[in-house]
Design a protein around this ligand. Structure first.
Ligand code: SAH
Ligand code: SF4
Ligand code: F3S
Length: 473
C-alpha cells in the first residue's frame, strides 16, 4: 500500500498568511478585514469550510454575517445535485451589486462545484466580478492564491487535478463550541453511477491514524460534547493506503474503538457508512462502546435489486435488510437513517414500490430524500430517463407520506419515555432548547440558555407535527 504525502508545508502556509495580513493592513489602513464565508453541501464540505476559516483567522480576518460589511466573500460550493448549483449561481449573480457598492471587495468560489471544468468556464465568461476560483485539491494553497489575487491584478483560477495528497497542517476555526467534525478520509472510489463526488473529490485516501487520534484527543480536551468522524465511506478507512508509520494494521472499527476509549463526557458519531462495507465488527464496536451513539446512517438509495445494480451500489436489498436485522439484534435501541433517490433513470413505478416496501419494513427514524438529478460526466446521465419530473414528484410525495406515518408512530411510542439528550441550542422563535438524543432525534424542552452544551435527562411529554416536546427531569 502506498502512503500519503503532504502537499504544502506548514511554513508555506504561515508565510503566505503573514503576507496576506500585511497586504490587507496596507489596503485598509490597519482596520481588521472582515470575511463573509458560506458553505453548501455535506459535513465534509463544512469541515473544509472550517479549515478555510481557520486560515482566514490566521491571515488576520474577523468574520461577519453581513455581505455588505465584508472585504472578502467566499462561497464553498456543492455539486451533488443541480438544485445546489442553481442556488450558488443565483447567489453569486446577486453579489454583482455588492461589488458595485464596494469595488475593493474580493469574491472567491471554491468547493466541488467549481472543480468541474464546465462550471469554471461559465464563471470565467459570465461572472467577471468573481476574483478567485479554486478547486477541492488545493485548499491548503488558499493563502497563496489569495495573495496572488490581491497583488497580481488579475483573476486567479486554480483547478489542479487530484494529486492524492492530504494536507495535515491547516488551522481550524470550528463553527460550533459543542459539536466537532473530524475528517478521517477524503475522496471516494465507489463511483455510484449517479454521483459526481468521485469526479470532484478524487481518489479515496485515509488520514494517518496517529493524527486522527491526536485531533480527537484535542477535541475532547477542549470540551466538545460531540465528535463526528467524517468520510464518504468511513467503512473503508485504511483500505486504500497505509495509515500508520509503525506498520500497525488499522480498519474503521478499530479506529472507532480507540477513540471511544478516550475518557470524557462526549458522544461519538460517524458518517457515512456504505452498506457494502458495513461489517459485524463495526456493529459490535458500536454496541460495546461507551461513547458511540446507537445511530447508523446507512444510505440504501432504493429497494429494487435491478436499480441498485444500475446504480453500482454493490449490495442487494436482502443484504441491506440482513444488516438491519443484525444491527437491531446487537442494539435493540438503534436508530437507522438513510438516503433515498427517487426516479433513477429507467426506474419504473413498480420498482419504486419496492423502495416504499423497504421503507415500511425498516421503519427508519428519518430519511433524506432526493429526486434524481443528472450530473454531467456520470454514467447515469447517459442512461434513458423517460419518466417526467412531474411524475417523479408524485412518487416523492408518496414516499414522504409513508415516512411521515412511520415517524408519527415512532413519536407516539416514545411518549412518556426518559431520554438522555445533549442541549444544542436555543430556538429564538419560542426560547425553547433544541436537544438531541443519542439516537439523533430532536426534542424541544423549556429551560435556561445556560444549559446549552450540557447533557440532561428529559421525559417526552408531547409530539406535535413530528416534533417531540420534553420536560427536563
Ligand atoms: N457517500 C455517501 C453519500 C454522499 S452524497 C453514500 O454513499 O452514502 C449524499 C446523498 O446524495 C447520496 O446518498 C444520494 O442519496 C444523494 N445523491 C448523490 N448524487 C445524487 C444525484 N445525482 N441525484 C440525486 N441525489 C443524489
Ligand atoms: Fe457518491 Fe457512491 Fe461515493 Fe457515496 S459512495 S460519495 S454516493 S460515489
Ligand atoms: Fe456536495 Fe462535494 Fe459534499 S458535491 S455533497 S460538497 S463532497
Amino acid at each position: 500500500m502506498e502512503s500519503i504525502l503532504q502537499n504544502q508545508s506548514d511554513n508555506d502556509i504561515k508565510e503566505y498568511c503573514q503576507l496576506v495580513r500585511s497586504v490587507m493592513e496596507a489596503r485598509l489602513d490597519g482596520r481588521t478585514p472582515l470575511a463573509f464565508t458560506h458553505t453548501y453541501g455535506c459535513q465534509g464540505n463544512v469541515s473544509d469550510g472550517e479549515r478555510i476559516n481557520g486560515m482566514l483567522a490566521e491571515m488576520g480576518f474577523g468574520f461577519t454575517d453581513d455581505p455588505d460589511r465584508a472585504d472578502f466573500i467566499l462561497y464553498n460550493t456543492c455539486a451533488v445535485r443541480e438544485h445546489a448549483e442553481d442556488r450558488v449561481f443565483g447567489n453569486v449573480g446577486a453579489l454583482k451589486h455588492v461589488k458595485n457598492r464596494n469595488p475593493q471587495l474580493i469574491i472567491a468560489l471554491c468547493g466541488c462545484m467549481v472543480q468541474q471544468q464546465s462550471v469554471a468556464d461559465r464563471i470565467r465568461a459570465s461572472y467577471p466580478h468573481v476574483n478567485l476560483v479554486f478547486g477541492t485539491h488545493v485548499i491548503s494553497r488558499f493563502p497563496e492564491l489569495l495573495y496572488r489575487t490581491l497583488t497580481g491584478g488579475k483573476r486567479v483560477f486554480e483547478l489542479s487535478q487530484a494529486d492524492n495528497s492530504i494536507c495535515e497542517s491547516l488551522p481550524v476555526r470550528r463553527d460550533s463550541a459543542i459539536r466537532a467534525w473530524l475528517p478521517i478520509m477524503y475522496g471516494c472510489d465507489n463511483f455510484c453511477t449517479y454521483c459526481i463526488v468521485p469526479h470532484v473529490r478524487g481518489r479515496e485516501r485515509s488520514r494517518d491514524a496517529a493524527r486522527v487520534l491526536s485531533e480527537a484527543r484535542d477535541i475532547v480536551a477542549a470540551g466538545y460534547r460531540e465528535i463526528t468522524l467524517l468520510g464518504q465511506n468511513v467503512n473503508s478507512y485504511a483500505v486504500k493506503n497505509a495509515v500508520s508509520s509503525d506498520g500497525e494494521d488499522w480498519n474503521f472499527p478499530k479506529l472507532l474503538r480507540e477513540i471511544d476509549s478516550m475518557e470524557g463526557d462526549y458522544v461519538l458519531r460517524f458518517m457515512t457508512s456504505h452498506p457494502k462495507d458495513c461489517t459485524p465488527e463495526l456493529l459490535d464496536a458500536m454496541a460495546r462502546g461507551t461513547h458511540t451513539a446507537h445511530h447508523l446512517h446507512l444510505p440504501v438509495q432504493c429497494g429494487s435489486d435491478r436499480v441498485l445494480k444500475a446504480m453500482n451500489r454493490r449490495y442487494t436489498r436482502e443484504k441491506y435488510l440482513s444488516l438491519v436485522r443484525m444491527a437491531r439484534e446487537k442494539m435493540p435501541d438503534i436508530s437507522l437513517t438513510s438516503d433515498i433517490i427517487v426516479g433513477f433513470p429507467g426506474e419504473t413505478y413498480e420498482e419504486f414500490q419496492e423502495t416504499l416496501s423497504l421503507v415500511r419494513e425498516v421503519k427508519f427514524t428519518s430519511l433524506f430524500t432526493f429526486i434524481y438529478s443528472a450530473r454531467e460526466g456520470t454514467p447515469a446521465a447517459r442512461m434513458d430517463d423517460p419518466i417526467p419530473h412531474s411524475e417523479k414528484a408524485k412518487w416523492m410525495k408518496e414516499l414522504l407520506e409513508t415516512q411521515e406515518a412511520i415517524a408519527a408512530e415512532r413519536c407516539a411510542a416514545m411518549m412518556g419515555s426518559r431520554q438522555r439528550v445533549l442541549v444544542e441550542g436555543v430556538d429564538s422563535r419560542d426560547d425553547s432548547l433544541f436537544c438531541r438524543t443519542g439516537t439523533n432525534i430532536v426534542v424541544k424542552c423549556m429551560g435556561s440558555a445556560g444549559m446549552v452544551g450540557q447533557f440532561a435527562e428529559c421525559e417526552i411529554t408531547d409530539a406535535k407535527n413530528w416534533v417531540l416536546q420534553g420536560r427536563f427531569v
